[in-house]
Design a protein around this ligand. Structure first.
Ligand SMILES: Cc1cc2nc3c(=O)[nH]c(=O)nc-3n(C[C@H](O)[C@H](O)[C@H](O)COP(=O)(O)OP(=O)(O)OC[C@H]3O[C@@H](n4cnc5c(N)ncnc54)[C@H](O)[C@@H]3O)c2cc1C
Length: 471
């Protein structure tokens, strides 16, 4: 990094959009990896050397050309809500904050698609789409603040995944990207080629525009239903999830102990002590049927939001789902952390029993019922973000290894890099790095196999001159 580069950046975006003061570098170099005590330690000293906020994709193109000319790493940031340090620059360099690329370009109300700039907040897009009779198919519980580029680049699924699967289930139709090359042309990716940028941690190419499919808007109602035991809550959740006559947008299950952390719901009288609960978004016309179904399992309706209050500024149940569940727990007790796992639905109760027998209240279960691989019929999956009491890293990995031993898949949220785990489509991303980021300057250090030399990119690259023989 040198003065000439900073001056050149200012010439592109204007003085007021280039930041080198220590406070800005600190703030924009962090994300929500603080959920992991392991990552806090690993990433604490990682800082960008300059933050720049382009106002258009043309400006971004010029920033890319400049970074390549100077051989300087570049990391892209949306809203910084990623949990694994995805947007934390490991090698200094330029951090490009894309919050100004925030235009909704087109909502095609006939086809049910949206074309947006990558820095658009998902909450803004959901509101606009609903005005036109459509809604987002899937979105993370951080929808109010996170950007669509950040969700595609660092996320997985969320609210709506029980219907529409995850990011890989046709939820990105097309993307305009800028490659990390000396003379970067904007490239349009469509169809399966979009796998190159999904959950790639911004290591392949920079998304500037995205086209996503929408769903017809539904009049949703929300509910909190509690149960005497976790097993009863799970049995109810599975029955409801498998009932095609009740359309759902969200179905989250919490072991007793976790709901106590949901302060705003508690203040509403929605949390009964010592009860497991299920947080629901269902078709408002079917809420009563869903509640009736719960009686069979000892369930009681403790709170609900009718359709006219859905997303109207009061409580939204999705604020207590996905990794917001963990957030509420951390607000009360900072010694907690979490895992990310996937249970086999037909072994779910057995795996839960084994886990509880081994670790007791050191692990509290939080499940998210979703469907994925829609092209293969979209089997129901119990994704899970259990709350874990953190004592040592060794104990954390003892839990992880035990989960794996009994058939619970773990996507380790305490590492900052991508590797051959189930969270991502490694092959597509590695190929795309070779094509769009041949010098390895985009968010370097985030793909394990590139770091270890198991695979390489072209000669003279950031990765030490390995050749691209295996890509
Ligand atoms: C409380 C909480 C709840 C969460 N719930 C969910 C959930 O329900 N589902 C879920 O999937 N995730 C969830 N997350 C993780 C995170 O919020 C989402 O993945 C979110 O969508 C990230 O968006 P962002 O704009 O903050 O991205 P950032 O964190 O800024 O970036 C994420 C990654 O994408 C890359 N990136 C950003 N923009 C671009 C671009 N234009 N081009 C290329 N790469 C880019 C970045 O380099 C980075 O690697 C949660 C996190 C928190 C803290």
């Amino acid at each position: 990094m040198n003065d000439a580069l900073i001056t050149a950046l200012k010439a592109i975006v204007g003085d007021s959009q280039v930041f080198t003061d220590p406070r800005s570098l600190e703030v924009f170099s962090k994300d929500h990896s603080w959920f992991s005590p392991v990552l806090v330690e690993t990433l604490k000293d990682k800082l960008a050397e300059v933050v720049v906020a382009p106002g258009s994709s043309d400006e971004l193109q010029r920033i890319v050309a400049l970074a390549v000319e100077h051989g300087v790493p570049l990391t892209v940031r949306g809203a910084g809500t990623g949990n694994y340090g995805q947007a934390v620059p490991l090698s200094g360099g330029i951090l490009a904050n894309l919050h100004r690329l925030n235009r909704i370009l087109e909502i095609d109300a006939v086809a049910g698609t949206a074309r947006v700039e990558a820095g658009v907040r998902m909450g803004a897009l959901e509101r606009k789409a609903r005005e036109l009779g459509w809604e987002l198919r899937i979105y993370p519980s951080t929808w109010a603040t996170c950007t669509i580029g950040g969700f595609v680049g660092g996320g997985f699924g969320g609210v709506g995944s029980i219907n529409h699967g995850t990011l890989w289930d046709g939820n990105v139709l097309a993307a305009q990207v800028i490659p990390m090359t000396a003379d970067p042309e904007k490239i349009e990716l469509t169809g399966w080629d979009c796998a190159a940028i999904i959950h790639a941690y911004g290591t392949t190419a920079i998304m500037t525009e995205l086209t996503i499919p929408l769903a017809k808007a539904v009049d949703w109602a929300e509910a909190v239903i509690s149960f005497p035991t976790l097993e009863a809550a799970i049995q109810y959740g599975l029955k409801l999830a498998n009932d095609p006559s009740i359309t759902k947008r969200e179905l989250s299950i919490n072991e007793s102990g976790i709901p106590e952390y949901f302060t705003p719901l508690k203040n509403e009288g929605a949390i009964l002590p010592d009860r497991a609960n299920v947080l629901l978004e269902v078709d408002g016309a079917k809420l009563e049927v869903a509640v009736q179904m719960a009686l069979e399992f000892g369930g009681s309706l403790d709170w609900h939001n009718p359709i006219d209050k859905y997303h109207k500024g009061g409580i939204a149940v999705s604020d207590f789902t996905w990794n917001h569940t963990t957030l509420w727990a951390l607000k009360t007790d900072s010694s907690l952390t979490y895992l990310q796992s996937r249970f086999e639905v037909d072994k779910l109760l057995e795996q839960v029993r084994l886990l509880k027998a081994r670790f007791g209240d050191e692990i509290l279960l939080h499940l998210e019922l979703i469907r994925e691989n829609l092209a293969d019929g979209g089997p129901l999956v119990a994704a899970s973000l259990p709350i874990v009491r953190f004592t040592t890293k060794e104990r954390l990995y003892e839990m992880i290894h035990y989960c794996e031993q009994i058939g619970i898949q773990i996507a380790d949220p305490h590492v900052y890099y991508l590797d051959e785990d189930s969270r991502w489509n490694g092959e597509a991303v590695i190929k795309a790095v070779a094509r769009f980021n041949p010098l390895g300057l985009l968010n370097p250090g985030k793909i394990k196999q590139l770091e270890t030399g198991e695979i390489g990119v072209q000669a003279g690259s950031w990765f030490g001159g390995k050749t691209a023989t295996t890509v």
